[in-house]
Design a protein around this ligand. Structure first.
Ligand SMILES: [Zn+2]
Length: 286
């Protein structure tokens, strides 16, 4: 290792790793939340939210969109019937076989809105998500561990300066010690990074839960066997990280709040259900 003096400089910059106190963290989160625009209306031309989101519950294949046209009436693209189906089941991958059926896009949308309704009328999603963020977050013991690591790092940095100094004076006699110290510091930094990552993740779960609880308040009551309500792509996109569609139509959603939620609807013919429009006056008459 040839040292031309860059090491001490490097560690001066890196001497105080970006450890943020909890108070600061909360402040930052509050400011960030205030700066976020509040979504009040679903965007009509949202990008396809289901793309690359679902996997097949039978074979694990990717679920893709397929379009069907009724030759006489629905030649206009807008009237295409959209289906979501496992690619393997659709024969796109000949190395495997899958018997999972296809589902109308209306069904997938309806299943999601029904899942939201279930979440609204159930305490479990909130309790589970709170438990997950608590489990993810750092314990008091780990907080004091962080402090210890920081003190250790500072000490090691000091030793490193001295070792590098010495090495320069003695024309490279002590490179082993410099390397050993460097390795130790890097390892401690990794530990700190891992702690920080968990803290961020836990904060994210909390933010997402708070946002979701807010959105759920606006989800109107409806009977999923009798009606549909307008699909909220904006909620779907933020809430659903991935999902599994099982052959029986059950959909398991992996949510940004850290939990999974499952929705099963007996009736798969959702496209036949009327879409219930909210009666509130804030939606303008067309
Ligand atoms: Zn499949």
């Amino acid at each position: 290792m040839v040292n031309k003096g860059e090491l001490p400089q490097y560690y001066i910059e890196d001497n105080h790793p970006a450890i943020i106190t909890l108070e600061d963290w909360d402040k930052v989160q509050t400011i960030r939340k205030l700066n976020q625009p509040k979504v009040t209306r679903p965007s009509v031309n949202a990008p396809q939210p289901f793309r690359q989101t679902f996997r097949c519950g039978e074979c694990g294949g990717i679920i893709s969109q397929y379009e069907n046209y009724d030759r006489q009436k629905d030649a206009i693209k807008k009237k295409a019937r959209r289906y979501w189906r496992c690619r393997v089941a659709n024969g796109k991958n000949f190395s495997g076989t899958c018997t999972s059926p296809s589902f109308r896009e209306e069904y997938v949308e309806h299943n999601f809105m029904s899942a939201l309704l279930e979440m609204k009328s159930n305490d479990l999603p909130q309790l589970e998500a709170e438990a997950v963020s608590e489990r993810t977050d750092l314990t008091n013991k780990e907080h004091s561990e962080i402090e210890e690591i920081e003190i250790m790092m500072e000490q090691l940095n000091q030793e490193l300066y001295e070792a590098v100094d010495e090495e320069l004076n003695q024309a490279g006699q002590d490179t082993k010690q410099v390397e050993a110290l460097t390795n130790e510091i890097v390892q401690l930094k990794h530990q700190l990074d891992a702690f920080e990552e968990r803290q961020e993740q836990a904060a994210k779960y909390r933010t997402e839960l708070e946002w979701l609880m807010n959105e759920l308040e606006d989800i109107p009551e409806f009977d999923p066997l009798k009606h549909r309500i307008a699909f909220r792509a904006d909620i779907f996109e933020r809430l659903v990280e991935s999902g599994t569609i099982h052959p029986d139509g059950r959909i398991v959603y992996k949510l940004s709040t850290g939990i999974e939620w499952e929705c099963y609807l007996e009736n798969k013919l959702a496209y036949k259900l009327k879409v219930k429009r909210p009666r509130r006056k804030r939606s303008k008459a067309k």
